[in-house]
Design a binder for this molecule. Structure first.
Ligand SMILES: NC(=O)c1ccc[n+]([C@@H]2O[C@H](COP(=O)([O-])OP(=O)(O)OC[C@H]3O[C@@H](n4cnc5c(N)ncnc54)[C@H](O)[C@@H]3O)[C@@H](O)[C@H]2O)c1
Length: 381
């Protein structure tokens, strides 16, 4: 039977524009979704690149003005893959136009702006999702299932790192495609919003809300050339951030992120220690979940390395056969599958804008704590 068509308007043809387009192309081949995504229009700053992107991925049209995407009556879903400073404006306009919205993370530049976005989408009653895609790595979803089943018992510790090394050179500029991340006006913050937001989202999903934080940040390279002005300008982002926190369930958290950890490209890791069992995960080996259960017989007790590829494991029944693993891009396919299924049922898909606002509030508290050198309470979303 022909599926209902769902017209997608993608804004941003960069890194995330590619992952989201790939997901819309693949989702119907691997998941039984109620809609057929149609790549209606792509938007980006450069006309030549937008045109080439439209041709490569099969978009029906292209534009350099995001308002045109919103004004297009045929567009059902607006997918926001632009730098953080443009999220709010587009999301609020899309909500007013009654479009479903997928927005890249972090939700906004800060909590104040994020709250306006939440108010707009809730007032309009439109479907919404923020792309914290690591939740949908099968091993990470499995970790959440094991915690929810109570296998770990009371949780004592949650620690997470997100380490990179690509900004150590003082020659890396700020501003422009990809490197807008180093420009505080475009990014809102540095590693806190870019990398730790992922860790915070996963952590609160698995272990509940964070109540208070104590942080320190550092900007190792204080000035960088700005691509747009051609001038050397002060750097306003945090290059590295470390924070402690207390979760509302009484457990202690320890988070670290930097782009100055030589040798690490994108090392996202977490470890959770509970009364009965512990779990650990590592993005560089993303299809494996490490699990230790103290209730095992002592002569065989030890860390297990679970290869998360069996068909009864999250999402894996839709892919290949046991033993064959999947990778990074599949997390976006899973996200698209969940979103389309829930959209047809009129159900929310997690993380919603409101859930992403909770992460934004933790980021705000972390940055305020580092600035004021004191513990900060986290605002509830
Ligand atoms: N989920 C993840 O793991 C993940 C990974 C990377 C980036 N992100 C997020 O995705 C978003 C985009 O990041 P990216 O790495 O794809 O950036 P990018 O630099 O690769 O691409 C940005 C795109 O936005 C377009 N753009 C910028 N301003 C615009 C405007 N005013 N109107 C229309 N188009 C505009 C540019 O033309 C470009 O196509 C950011 O919010 C970022 O935090 C998420």
């Amino acid at each position: 039977m022909a599926k209902k068509k769902l017209n997608v308007g993608l804004i941003g043809y960069g890194f995330m524009g590619r992952t989201h387009s790939n997901a819309y192309c693949k989702v119907g081949h691997f998941f039984d979704v109620p809609y057929e995504p149609i790549l209606r229009v792509v938007c980006g700053l450069e006309e030549k690149v937008a045109k080439a992107f439209a041709e490569q991925w099969g978009y029906e049209s292209y534009t350099t003005d995001w308002h045109k995407v919103i004004e297009d009556d045929k567009v059902d879903v607006v997918d926001i893959c632009v730098p953080n400073n443009v999220h709010a404006e587009i999301a609020i306009a899309a909500a007013k136009a009654g479009k479903a919205i997928v927005c890249e993370k972090p939700l906004a530049l800060n909590g104040v702006q994020g709250k306006k976005m939440v108010d707009a989408i809730e007032k309009a009653g439109v479907a919404n999702l923020v792309s914290f895609n690591y939740r949908r790595v099968p091993a990470v979803t499995l970790a959440k299932m094991l915690i929810d089943e109570g296998r770990l018992g009371r949780i004592f510790h949650y620690r997470a790192n997100f380490l990179q090394d690509w900004t150590i050179s003082t020659k890396v500029p700020q501003g422009g495609m990809g490197t807008w991340r180093l420009d505080v006006k475009a990014a809102g913050s540095g590693v806190t919003g870019d990398l730790l937001a992922h860790c915070i989202d996963t952590a609160m999903w698995q272990n509940g809300p964070i109540g208070s934080v104590c942080a320190m940040t550092e900007t190792f390279v204080k000035e960088r050339m700005h691509v747009e002005t051609g001038k050397v300008e002060a750097v306003g982002i945090d290059d590295a951030c470390t924070f402690f926190c207390r979760f509302d369930n009484g457990s202690l958290g320890n988070f670290e992120s930097t782009r100055y950890a030589r040798g690490h490209k994108a090392l996202y890791t977490f470890e959770i220690n509970g009364e009965h069992a512990s779990i650990a995960w590592d993005l560089h080996d993303l299809h494996r979940l490490s699990y230790f259960d103290h209730r095992d017989e002592s002569i065989v007790r030890g860390w297990r390395s679970v290869h998360v590829t069996d068909s009864d494991m999250p999402y894996m029944g839709n892919w290949w056969v046991p033993g064959l693993q999947i990778g990074y891009e599949h997390t976006f396919v899973h996200q698209a599958a969940d979103f389309l299924v829930n959209l047809a049922k009129g159900k929310p898909t997690s993380p919603t804008f409101r859930e992403a606002l909770a992460t934004q509030y933790v980021c705000d508290a972390v940055l305020a704590s580092a600035k004021e050198k004191t513990w900060k309470k986290v605002k509830k979303a």
